[in-house]
Design a protein around this ligand. Structure first.
Ligand SMILES: O=C(O)CCC(=O)C(=O)O
Ligand SMILES: [Fe+2]
Length: 347
């Protein structure tokens, strides 16, 4: 990390404060350059709460168990009874920011990923070809959607990394290739020159991936070198949020040995983009957990938060007098107020 030239870093810009949260510049940056990196979007207290609960739930930095955490993601996924987890996932400011980027209403968003991801600066590259320390440059769409992202000007999803720590401590800045404009050679269609697309095998580790491509498709390997040359690095601090897209070139870079880098990865799609997969078991699968946290979450969430989970909105064809009574019987004991659904029905 120390070898990265000064002018290849970029800093988070603070949100102006107010509603909607992002400035026009921040929105335009995302729409044109494929990412925007913001500070002060989420309350510091929430970030601290989540950082503590996730740190307590994962192997300690430098431990033997940490040496074995070599691949993508984790089992810490939405919905979760870890303090701060669901609050972050459904935080109104975050949802409003996503709605701004997709130029739609919060009720038109759907959650498809929310994972807390511990990454360790390890002594070894025990993950071999799939090791996550020094990732190959990639776009995220292949394991998120059944299709190819649509044309650049009609994005359907926002990808989010919320950093739960400081890059000075852990290293491992995310690298991003900013899109220079419509003629940028890195962003010409189709975006397929990456392991895991078509007949190319999925390989995560940079060195292994580029060696594999140099063997199989030397032309692609050469071209990809220019992606690495163009990458820029996020100088992240706790609570900073990187908003990017399914068709943005990026990757995770090596961390300082013996450290733990925590990040929270999220994805939201437009409600009508059904071809974008939800990466976790269905939300209702948690309803039988003995602490009832999910039942309580649904019952006490706002109408907008419920919409993001796919709960029928007031006015949906789902609602009749009979279904309102049934939902009151199911969720009323946990505190759900059915008035808005009843009012929308007009009786
Ligand atoms: O860990 C990072 O900085 C990037 C991770 C990444 O590429 C991803 O979540 O898809
Ligand atoms: Fe990625």
């Amino acid at each position: 990390m120390d070898a990265i030239a000064k002018d290849r870093w970029f800093e988070a810009s603070a949100v102006p404060g107010g509603t909607p949260p992002l400035s026009d510049e921040q929105v335009t940056h995302w729409r044109e350059r494929g990412h925007t990196f913001v500070a002060a979007l989420l309350p510091a207290r929430l970030i601290e709460t989540l950082t503590t609960s996730v740190t307590d739930a994962v192997p300690a930095a430098g431990s033997d168990a940490a040496e074995r955490v070599t691949s993508f993601g984790s089992k810490l996924q939405f919905p979760s009874n870890l303090a701060g987890f669901n609050e972050l996932t459904l935080h109104p400011a975050l949802l409003e920011a996503i709605a701004q980027l997709l130029d739609t209403a919060v009720t038109d968003l759907r959650l498809t990923q929310s994972t807390a991801w511990p990454k360790y600066g390890r002594r070894t590259r025990a993950g071999g070809r799939q090791d996550n320390q020094d990732q190959r440059i990639h776009v995220d769409y292949p394991n998120h959607t059944l299709v190819h992202p649509p044309e650049w000007h009609r994005p359907e999803a926002v990808e989010v990394i919320v950093y739960l720590g400081d890059v000075e401590h852990t290293g491992g800045p995310t690298a991003v290739v900013p899109r220079a404009g419509p003629d940028d050679p890195h962003y010409q269609w189709p975006i397929v020159n990456t392991p895991g697309v078509g007949d190319l095998l999925y390989v995560n580790d940079r060195q292994s991936a580029e060696a594999y491509l140099a063997e199989e498709r030397p032309g692609i390997a050469d071209w990809r070198q220019s992606l690495y040359d163009a990458e820029r690095y996020v100088r992240f601090h706790a609570g900073d949020v990187l908003l990017y897209r399914h068709d943005t070139w990026h990757r995770g870079t090596p961390m300082k040995e013996g450290t733990l880098r925590l990040a929270h990865n999220l994805t939201y799609r437009r409600a009508d983009a059904e071809w974008i997969s939800t990466l976790h078991p269905g939300w209702a699968w948690s309803a039988y957990r003995p602490d009832r946290f999910f039942e309580r979450l649904i019952a006490t969430a706002s109408l907008e938060q419920r919409a993001v989970l796919g709960f029928p909105q007031p006015g949906s064809r789902y609602w009749t007098r009979a279904t309102i009574a049934a939902i009151e019987a199911r969720h009323g004991p946990m505190g759900m107020d059915l008035t808005p659904y009843r009012d929308a029905l007009g009786n």
